[in-house]
Write a protein that binds this ligand. Structure first.
Ligand SMILES: Nc1ncnc2c1ncn2[C@@H]1O[C@H](COP(=O)(O)OP(=O)(O)OP(=O)(O)O)[C@@H](O)[C@H]1O
Ligand SMILES: [Mg+2]
Length: 316
């Protein structure tokens, strides 16, 4: 796969207006994004997500490090054309309609005439804004979900290949979240690469190809979701129904007994080998039957929390 974005050792320290006191921003962040993937930046409040995104968009300068998009540097004039951006708290001119606003920003982006008009209809359709009957509605009467949709419509207006969305799912109800997730998936289907930030684990879990976990200004893990969620140590939970309770002690050879309910035993097995041996023993000896055998999956939340704890323990 082609890298579309290369982020290399980005660091940024903020300074307060008074006394120029230093505040941690981000520290030596490096990662790459493949063309056509959905990449999620996940981290708690204040972790550094917005700082990273603003540097990639080019509205904030890093102290050190570099960003290359399609091999073009962030300082290059061509760079901006490659990016569509939804800021964290988008703000629009309240007394315009969405059509008027998109018309002005489209013109500023160099679009005009029927091409612009058609593209505006397209993005209004794609973001689901068309369903709200917004033809004459001023932006000031938009709900949070509609504002978020308008922000996305603006971000994708000039059809750039790389879309960056800062917290596109924040403040939305579950239906709104699902709809915005679907818009992001639709962008991917249309060949776009999407980078977005979130602190909502489930949303990231549902749509991202890869995730970068940020804590206290550092990127502590980057990975393919399936690999992060995989059965990491070959642990299995097994439920067995024995014909005879006398055989319970024999099961300790294969794993740890967690619970016993009559003839039913819950077992935690800690290796692939022991799991295979248990299955063989059950087949050969027929002393009972396996009711359930499941890999013990860690979900992203466990992953996230455990990584975050490591970050805290090290006082990063
Ligand atoms: N303009 C600024 N001046 C000083 N410090 C700042 C400024 N902007 C961000 N910071 C600090 O940089 C760190 C990272 O902030 P950032 O906004 O990037 O985090 P975030 O992950 O986007 O958080 P959130 O989930 O709350 O949006 C925080 O400690 C924050 O206080
Ligand atoms: Mg932020």
């Amino acid at each position: 796969m082609n890298n579309i974005l290369i982020v290399d050792k980005l660091s940024k320290t903020y300074r307060s207006a008074f006394f120029r006191i230093k505040h941690r921003g981000i520290d030596s962040i490096s990662f790459t994004i493949n063309e056509g993937e959905i990449f999620g930046l996940l981290g708690p409040n204040g972790a550094g997500k917005t700082t990273i995104l603003k540097i990639i968009v080019g509205i904030l300068r890093a102290d050190t490090g570099k960003v290359l998009l399609n091999n073009i540097s962030v300082n290059d004039i061509e760079y901006k054309k490659l990016i569509g951006f939804l800021p964290e708290n988008p703000y629009f001119h309240n007394y315009l309609t969405a059509y008027e606003f998109l018309n002005i920003s489209g013109s500023l982006l160099g679009l005009k005439g029927t091409k612009l008009k058609d593209r505006i209809s397209e993005v209004i359709q794609l973001t689901g804004l068309s369903r709200f009957g917004i033809e004459k509605m001023k932006i000031k009467s938009y709900s949070k979900g509609m504002i978020q949709r308008l922000g996305i419509a603006h971000a994708i207006l000039h059809n750039s290949p790389f879309i960056i969305l800062d917290e596109p799912l924040s403040g939305l109800d579950p239906i709104g979240r699902k709809e915005v997730r679907d818009i992001i998936l639709e962008l991917k289907k249309n060949g776009k690469t999407v980078l977005f930030s979130s602190h909502i684990l489930q949303d990231v879990e549902m749509i991202c190809d890869r995730v970068g976990i940020i804590a206290e200004g550092e990127l502590i893990r980057v990975g393919v979701l399936e690999e992060m969620l995989a059965n990491p140590k070959g642990y299995y939970e097994v439920k067995i129904e024995l014909q005879d309770r006398d055989n319970i002690s024999e099961l300790t050879r294969y794993g740890n007994i967690i619970d016993i309910e009559g003839n039913k035993v819950f077992l935690l097995i800690e290796s692939e080998r022991q799991k295979d041996e248990l299955i063989r023993m059950m087949l050969v000896n027929a002393k009972g039957r396996i009711i359930k055998l499941l890999p013990l999956q860690r979900n992203l939340e466990d992953e996230f929390m455990s990584l975050f704890k490591i970050g805290n323990n090290n006082e990063k």
